[in-house]
Design a protein around this ligand. Structure first.
Ligand code: HEM
Length: 472
């Protein structure tokens, strides 16, 4: 039997993530945004498309990336050699088939007549929820085994990121169980959509218990190296505890007022805690110093004699330009994160003081998801995965700038039209009429960006396959 080694990078997850986004997630979003933006009738499938789009984007696009990177990164972080190829395949099969089933059955359900046919298609949705949940369970079992080998770093609290992984695991568990339950209720109640309030509840769980903690973890370990940022010298363990306490309280209050009729008495506390969660996120971005890079970097802080290099690295970065301007993607992602957090904080503030506000939650949600998460995934993937697969560089690094422009334009056009106040729009004659087509094309621009991203990633991902073949 071959001796255990660190796991290979699961390129299959990345192929699937990008294909899922390109074929289903962004396409569904582009379709519904086009209908809204160009004032076409929304049709009876609208709400089902929106929910499928949300779920496929979260689990397929974002989730596969998070799983792929964590299954590669965690064993190395824990210094634990383990063979997980069987689990990787099981996770992939369960989630991929689950998402295909969701895409087909939920998109067709609103258009089907006859009780026996609708129940048959609804079973497909329930089965899809169950398959995704099984995939999540296998992933969590694997991650748990690896995480239990991680050091506690008691003596170095600034290196301790275990709590973020723990939060992420709770997030996956709630999201998986929540989505499977909602899918079952859709079938048993003979509905065409999942209970909207509860669906949005688990969407928020995904954002604040999966995406944000994993971003904190890579923000503490990987981003300072690639972006040449200051060394992390503050107590990340304490920070992680504060965030965890705040976010668990936040969702506890949210759950209580969604469950109980007189739960609205909890609303003021919910808004205070909600406001605090955004302050914590903003504080993290400020400490990371990723946007303005005003503090001395970890290299300057080391005070070691500089080793002369044959080639000169890019100014302020440790690379030689072989990953293109990936920092445009990462910096813009964090600018969007600040933007989302400021608006989210203001929304809680306004609701606490009963101030009139038109701020759309959907716009803020997309600032987190298209503005922040999507460019961050792209930037980190283009910078980190070449090293993980052995490709070491991009074949067309100059296209990364174009990618950054396209995805930011897509985010801008998706988010800004939904956030502009009516008063401002009324200043311009036909203001709304002019701004909505911008919203209408946002998804199409996003789709172009996703396919361009795939074009950049294919040679990187193929290298891993070649390496595997040679090794056999
Ligand atoms: C430019 C690309 C995108 C477009 C055009 C788009 C479009 C839309 C539209 C039109 C809605 C419905 C809003 C409403 O009901 O008022 C929606 C909802 C949603 N989108 Fe997107 N979206 C995009 C990107 C993304 C990304 C990247 C993610 C996640 C990573 C995402 C996740 C969601 C979620 C979770 C919902 C809420 C689903 C629900 O109501 O249950 N979207 N999107």
């Amino acid at each position: 039997m071959a001796s255990e080694t660190y796991p290979k990078f699961p390129t299959l997850f990345i192929h699937t993530a990008i294909l899922t986004a390109g074929i289903a997630g962004f396409s569904l979003g582009a379709h519904v945004a086009f209908l809204i933006g160009f004032d076409y009738p929304l049709g009876k499938g609208f709400h089902a498309y929106v929910q499928s789009h949300g779920h496929i984007q979260l689990v397929g696009w974002t989730g596969f990336f998070i799983m792929g990177i964590s299954l590669y990164f965690l064993p190395r972080l824990a210094h634990y050699k383990i063979n997980i190829s069987k689990q990787v395949h099981q996770i992939w099969i369960m989630i991929t088939i689950g998402l295909i089933l969701k895409y087909i059955s939920h998109s067709t359900l609103p258009h089907i007549w006859g009780k026996q046919f609708t129940s048959f298609v609804s079973i497909g949705i329930t089965l899809s929820g169950l398959m995704v949940l099984i995939g999540i369970f296998i992933y969590l079992k694997t991650i748990f085994k690896i995480a239990s080998h991680m050091k506690s770093y008691k003596e170095k609290p600034m290196r301790n990121i275990r709590i973020f992984f723990f939060l992420m695991m709770i997030g996956w568990l709630i999201y998986g169980i929540g989505h499977a339950t909602l899918s079952y209720l859709l079938f048993s109640n003979n509905q065409t959509i999942l209970l909207p309030n509860w669906h949005l509840f688990i969407v928020d769980i995904f954002i604040f218990l999966i995406i944000i903690p994993i971003c904190f973890a890579i923000g503490l370990r990987a981003i300072p190296l690639f972006m040449r940022l200051p060394a992390i010298l503050w107590n990340t363990h304490l920070f992680a505890q504060i965030y965890s306490f705040n976010i668990i309280l936040y969702f506890g209050l949210k759950l209580a007022f969604q469950l109980y009729e007189n739960g609205s008495v909890l609303l003021p506390y919910y808004h205070i805690i909600g406001f605090m969660k955004n302050i914590i996120i903003m504080w993290f971005v400020y400490q990371l110093n990723v946007i303005f890079k005003t503090k001395p970097t970890w290299v300057e802080a080391q005070k070691k004699a500089k080793i002369p290099h044959k080639k000169t690295p890019r100014l302020y970065f440790p690379d030689y330009g072989e990953f293109g301007r990936f920092e445009w993607l990462i910096k813009s992602a964090f600018i969007w994160l600040i933007f989302a957090s400021v608006l989210d904080a203001y929304l809680h503030f306004a609701l606490f003081f009963h101030l009139p506000t038109e701020l759309s939650r959907d716009g803020i949600r997309h600032a987190y998801l298209v503005g922040f998460t999507t460019p961050l995934i792209m930037g980190m993937a283009l910078r980190m995965i070449p090293g993980m697969t052995g490709a070491m560089k991009l074949t067309k690094p100059h296209l990364v700038t174009l990618l950054a422009v396209l995805i930011n334009f897509s985010a801008f056009s998706r988010i800004i039209p939904t956030l502009l106040p009516t008063k401002l729009m009324d200043i311009f004659p036909n203001g709304t009429k002019w701004i909505m087509p911008l919203f209408g094309i946002s998804g199409i621009i996003g789709l172009i960006a996703v396919w361009l991203f795939y074009m950049l990633m294919i040679p990187v991902l193929r290298t891993n396959i070649v390496l595997r073949k040679n090794e056999v």
